[in-house]
Ligand binder design. Structure first.
Ligand code: ADP
Ligand code: MG
Length: 215
């Protein structure tokens, strides 16, 4: 099976080809069509199974399909447990948004807050990627607004919980609380009941794609 059958915009398919990805992984095959249709998703598959593209491609699809508008609110927020992981996601995303009008900002804990604030205020990035504590700091500082958020993505939710960021995620969820919002929830495992509780708090009638043991 190729990427062509997943319902992606031809411009995205060209990028995929250009970046030499030939075939979607199992989690990508299962997640992408549902995500594109606007459903909330609870997805679990082992590390290395390609979860990053399973949310980056639906983000791009939404960017391409939605009308451009100038507004300070972020449209897409990706929450990652660690700086390292946030950087990796940012790097992957950049490959896909280079040459498009869309911009992304990376906001990490432990790095200069004022620089990030300037970036958020001046660039009006459509997509924001960050670590939970720093995202909350920017919300409190009123340099990040989630009133217009269309997509919330939690990556490695199990690690987010392990690192003690439940409160931060709940605060982000509360700040971006609208009917229209789509939420994608990714985890390597759903073994911890706390993760399921968190998922039930932030997802709205999600489709479950659980491949953790079978891949
Ligand atoms: P996970 O988040 O599930 O741990 P990643 O998204 O980090 O996995 O992907 C693991 C590796 O697989 C990365 O190097 C990524 O570039 C690669 N990869 C992802 N999707 C594909 C694909 N469809 N074909 C080939 N390689 C892929
Ligand atoms: Mg991952």
């Amino acid at each position: 099976m190729t990427f062509d059958l997943l319902g992606l915009d031809p411009r995205i398919l060209r990028k995929i080809k250009h970046l030499n990805f030939n075939e979607p992984t199992e989690i990508q095959k299962n997640t992408i069509p549902l995500a594109i249709s606007g459903k909330d998703i609870l997805a679990s598959s082992k590390t290395g199974s390609g979860k990053t593209l399973a949310f980056i491609l639906p983000i791009l699809q939404r960017m391409y399909k939605s009308k451009p508008f100038k507004k300070r609110d972020a449209r897409v927020l990706i929450v990652a447990p660690t700086r390292e992981l946030a950087r990796q996601i940012f790097a992957q995303l950049r490959l896909f948004i280079s040459g498009t009008p869309y911009d992304a900002a990376l906001i990490l804990g432990g790095e200069n807050f004022n620089d990030q604030e300037k970036q958020l205020r001046n660039k009006d990035p459509m997509i924001v990627i960050g670590t939970p504590g720093r995202i909350v700091d920017h919300i409190n500082h009123r340099s990040l607004f989630l009133d217009g958020l269309e997509m919330l993505i939690l990556d490695e939710a199990d690690r987010i919980m392990d690192l003690g960021f439940k409160k931060e995620v709940e605060m982000i969820n509360h700040e971006a609380d609208h009917r229209k919002r789509q939420t994608l929830f990714f985890s390597a495992t759903l073994d911890d009941p706390e993760i399921k509780i968190l998922a039930s708090e932030i997802l709205n009638s999600p489709k479950e794609i659980i491949l953790e043991k079978s891949e």
